[in-house]
Design a protein around this ligand. Structure first.
Ligand code: FAD
Ligand code: UDP
Length: 363
């Protein structure tokens, strides 16, 4: 066999499609009983599209990636807005000028707004760790407020650490936004595939040159192939010889309600209350009509082999040094290529996983 791809998530499926279109035969395997990796979704008995591994919203500025995915599915024009329960009210996240007026008395919000506009360019996105470096008393108060009410406890639940103890790029994903734009993402292209991610990936893999084998772990096969593309965790490939790469995992507790809607938005964050980080209500994404609704409460925990799934690589000096040891070994293999969120140990969004697969030289 010419090409073996381990993992049928976005990274593996993109590569399979590109290879197949070049006329090459591909076998793609996945240890799960379904394709689409963490982006997997399905319609439940109520006709609601459930994202099994947490809410997935497609967003990208990359026109090539957008055109690529649009070959396999049409998308709606859903633009994600998130609110968080702050001081008991639903307030916009990322924190922006609208949030300012939601959480503070009007005159106080006006005074702070004026200072913000004098200090920062309108429309600027400022990571919270940078935003905390303020001299002005009002702005310092604001920065401490945002840090405490939005980031501190959410990050403790999500990562088991304070925001200053994790890679700054993580909290910078949700900056303080000097704008009145309530959207979670500002990318040019955004949406949800009309028939779901699983169908989209199925269409990607629907090619006479592609064979799929599910419930098949790379560790337990003995096929011979010229090239291997591995989208599982790189430490697992090398039998953990230098040690385990740490990940955070997530546990979703699903609940069904006999009413049309549970909450106002698809995703509500709970930075300060409860042990879960957020609640997802799935019917918002495709405007599914049902008298019932399904939600999931998201609880974060450490990944442990055999207990749960790998979701989030944890970027810090120690873990990246360990990853680099595996990477050095990977470079010595001529016919094995690593990619994807687990293969590269990088906090990719879906578009980045696709972009990464597109970047692999296929000659
Ligand atoms: P995965 O989807 O993880 O696929 C890897 C596949 O490899 C899996 O199916 C796994 O079973 C298989 N595999 C692993 N080891 C083996 C083995 N030994 N043998 C066989 N198969 C194996 N991105 C967005 O763009 N927007 C979002 O809103 C968004 N929300 C997210 C929410 C959560 C809670 C999480 C965890 C991620 C979210 N993402 C989001 C990120 C998105 O899930 C990833 O970017 C995407 O899944 C990466 O694709 P991948 O193919 O690299 O990895
Ligand atoms: N974050 C936070 N409070 C929030 C939202 C996000 O502290 O209300 C921080 C937290 O550390 C989180 C990171 O910002 O892990 C990135 O958030 P994002 O929503 O991008 O995470 P994902 O959707 O990838 O889980």
């Amino acid at each position: 066999m010419k090409n073996l791809i381990a993992g049928a998530g976005f990274a593996g499926a993109t590569l399979a499609n590109l290879l197949a279109n070049k006329g090459e035969e591909v076998l793609i395997i996945d240890k799960k009983d379904h394709i689409a990796g963490n982006s997997y979704d399905y319609r439940d008995k109520n006709g609601i599209m459930i994202h099994k591994y947490g809410s997935h919203i497609f967003h990208t500025n990359n026109q090539k990636v957008w055109e690529f995915v649009n070959q396999f599915s049409s998308f709606n024009t859903y633009m994600h807005e998130v609110v968080g329960i702050i001081d008991g009210i639903e307030a916009h996240i990322p924190f922006n000028f609208n949030t300012l007026y939601q959480v503070f008395p009007h005159t106080m919000a006006e005074r702070i707004e004026e200072k913000l506009l004098k200090t920062f360019e309108y429309n600027k996105k400022v990571p919270i760790l940078e935003f905390k470096k303020q001299d002005d008393e009002d702005l310092k108060f604001l920065a401490d407020y945002v840090y405490e009410k939005i980031f501190l406890h959410y990050t403790a639940k999500q990562w088991g650490k304070n925001p200053d103890e994790i890679d700054g790029a993580v909290t910078a994903r949700v900056p303080v936004y000097l704008s009145k734009d309530n959207r979670y993402f500002q990318d040019k292209y955004q949406g949800i595939p009309l028939n779901g991610y699983t169908k989209l990936v199925e269409n990607m893999l629907n090619h006479p040159n592609i064979k799929i084998k599910l419930k098949t772990d790379y560790k337990h096969i003995s096929y011979k192939s010229d090239r291997i593309f591995y989208t599982g965790s790189i430490d697992e490939f090398f039998d953990y010889k230098y040690g385990y790469l740490p990940y955070r995992s997530v546990n979703f507790k699903f609940e069904e309600y006999d009413r049309e809607f549970y909450q106002s938005h698809a995703c509500i964050n709970y930075p300060n209350n409860y042990d879960f980080t957020r609640i997802h209500e799935y019917k918002h994404y495709l405007n599914d009509k049902s008298s019932k609704t399904v939600i999931a409460k998201e609880y974060s925990e450490d990944f442990a082999i055999g207990k749960n799934e790998r979701y989030y690589p944890i970027a810090n000096d120690e873990n990246l040094a360990l990853y680099n040891k595996y990477l050095e070994d990977a470079k010595k293999l001529d016919n094995v290529f690593f990619l994807g969120r687990l293969g590269d140990y990088k906090y990719y969004n879906m578009d980045q996983a696709i972009e990464r697969a597109m970047g692999i030289k296929l000659d």
